[in-house]
Design a protein around this ligand. Structure first.
Ligand code: NAD
Length: 346
């Protein structure tokens, strides 16, 4: 199976290197091919997403992505900025489903903004629709009849868009504890009413999944009051943007959080949720665990290799239990030594 490695900028190559060490140690028949992306690609080939990189991403069975973002490129025209690479990959590959797990490793209970007894219950995945909703609807600036400036952004989903993300949510629930909570605002939004109707229709294909519905304002409250009630949450782009950041911070450092962006066939791009962290790049201070956990998601969701995925997650837990703490976790263990600790735990 071919894995496209797109390390990118800043700490991206540092954290990808550790994830590759872990994947190689598992000996599960993966072949790696690397291509530049982001600022590194702009400097090498004049574009943040060169054709050869896009071609590799298309050919590969899955993509492991580091991070993009380079202060040297901040004054470039928007189309050439490093961050355009990730948007381009999502669009070109049809990556419409964003999966973000949030799970508290017991050893990191102190890092959560919540009380340890509440935080320790968190073990969920948020499935967020990524290519529709208010971000992609008609938008603009206009004048009202009274001459006031008015900004507007149209929220819209069609039933096919809702159905495909609902399927992704139900499948994620099947791969976990079998509970799906669909989050909307159906009490006031027509878009949400359609969302709820379509999710109910799709549920007929997944009798083994227990479906519930929740309004987004209540969900925001429940995430801090009783996060242990959630297994998988499925929601639209806007609500998912906000709720997934909220859930992330309930489990501690940004250096711990993996993510996946999937297409309709389950092919995906896997990346840590953090950026290129130029402030610590080249210093050995990056925590590679978010990327290593992203590699575990890749094995589970795109390559159908759940057993080695479990091994990686268990090894990360062992490394933390053994006291390995990178700088973001309040320790002094450098990037490579964090990789060593995970390898030792395999
Ligand atoms: P960031 O996530 O790069 O960094 C935020 C803070 O968290 C920094 O203090 C950083 O040192 C720390 N941090 C991040 N990852 C860490 C890790 N693995 N270990 C330890 N500490 C870590 O966000 P930012 O500073 O807002 O953005 C920097 C650049 O990254 C920008 O160019 C931005 O556009 C880009 N970015 C890219 C992505 C992506 O590639 N998907 C995502 C977010 C930001």
């Amino acid at each position: 199976m071919l894995i496209a490695l797109l390390p990118g900028d800043g700490i991206g190559p540092e954290v990808i290197a550790q994830a590759v060490r872990v994947l190689e140690a598992l000996e599960c028949g993966l072949v790696f091919e690397t291509a530049p992306v982001g600022g590194a690609a702009y400097k090498a080939a004049g574009h943040p997403l060169p054709p050869a990189t896009l071609d590799l991403a298309r050919r590969a069975d899955a993509i492991l992505f580091g991070a993009v973002g380079d202060p040297d490129c901040d004054s470039l025209e928007r189309a050439f900025r490093p961050e355009q690479a990730i948007l381009g990959l999502r669009k070109e590959l049809g990556l419409f489903a964003n999966l973000r797990p949030a799970k508290l490793f017991p050893e990191l209970a102190d890092a959560s903004a919540l009380r340890p007894e509440v935080a320790s219950q968190i073990d969920m995945v948020i499935v967020r629709e990524l290519t529709g909703d208010v971000y992609f609807g008609e938008k603009g600036m206009r004048r009202t009849a009274e001459g006031l400036r008015q900004g507007y952004d149209v929220m819209a989903y069609d039933e096919a868009e809702v159905a495909r993300i609902a399927h992704a949510g139900f499948k994620a629930a099947q791969a976990r504890r079998g509970k799906l909570c669909s989050v909307d605002k159906a009490n006031v939004l027509e878009t949400s009413q359609l969302w709820r109707d379509v999710v109910n229709e799709v549920s007929a294909d997944y009798r083994d999944v227990e479906l519930s519905h929740m309004y987004v304002d209540n969900c925001a409250m429940q995430l801090v009051r009783n996060p242990g009630q959630f297994d998988v949450i499925v929601t639209g782009n806007l609500f998912g943007d906000i709720l997934s950041d909220q859930a992330s911070m309930c489990v501690g450092s940004i250096g711990m959080l993996p993510s996946a962006s999937l297409d309709a066939a389950g092919k995906g791009l896997y990346e840590p949720i953090h950026g290129s962290a130029p402030d610590i790049a080249g210093q050995g201070k990056a925590n590679p665990l978010a990327t290593i956990l992203s590699a575990a998601m890749m094995l589970r969701y795109s390559l159908n290799l759940p057993a080695p995925a479990d091994r990686i997650e268990a090894a990360v837990a062992r490394a933390l239990a053994g006291g390995a703490r990178s700088f973001d976790l309040g320790g002094t263990v450098d990037t490579e030594a964090m990789g060593d600790a995970v390898l030792a735990g395999l």
